[in-house]
Design a protein around this ligand. Structure first.
Ligand SMILES: Cc1cc2nc3c(=O)[nH]c(=O)nc-3n(C[C@H](O)[C@H](O)[C@H](O)COP(=O)(O)O)c2cc1C
Length: 141
């Protein structure tokens, strides 16, 4: 990805990153918040408020967002694999764009860090039967 920059710029100067024209050089790191109902994982009004409050950053990288019901790594994280998720995320992006910010979704599949207890009873598909060594947060720690 092309990043147009110069050596004399400071953090408050605009920057172009690929197709994104950011108002400044602050990029908010991805931070999983687990603020949704684990029954549906739809982005909530609280998530919209949270991201809208942070639109002062030029570009927000969203929390890791599962792309499959078999790929969730945490209880209650905001997902993006059905229409209701999409509608919830649209409210988030509208809030961020409305304050002049940009937001990019970080898509994730948690792979062997998933568990049927998180994934509504579904097993994750994987390329190998390797076990995860670390405990799964909220389950066996
Ligand atoms: C509560 C919490 C949630 C996080 N969630 C994500 C995430 O969803 N995706 C990701 O790539 N990194 C995630 N991170 C890592 C942060 O983005 C990372 O800590 C941040 O970029 C600062 O980097 P550092 O910890 O190496 O200093 C998370 C970190 C914390 C503390």
């Amino acid at each position: 990805m092309e990043v147009k920059t110069n050596t004399t710029a400071n953090w408050a100067d605009p920057i172009t990153v690929g197709d994104l024209h950011s108002k400044n050089r602050i990029m908010m790191a991805a931070l999983t918040r687990c603020r949704c109902n684990p029954e549906d994982n739809i982005p909530t009004p609280l998530l919209t408020e949270y991201y809208g409050q942070r639109a002062g950053a030029g570009i927000i990288l969203s929390e890791a967002t599962p792309v499959s019901q078999r790929g969730e790594g945490f209880f209650g994280s905001a997902c993006l694999y059905n229409e209701k998720h999409l509608e919830g995320w649209k409210l988030v992006t509208k809030a961020v764009h409305g304050k002049g910010g940009l937001i990019v979704v970080q898509l994730v599949h948690a792979g062997r860090a998933t568990h049927p207890t998180i994934n509504k009873g579904l097993e994750a598909y994987g390329p190998s039967p390797l076990r995860r060594r670390e405990p799964i947060r909220g389950l066996n720690e």
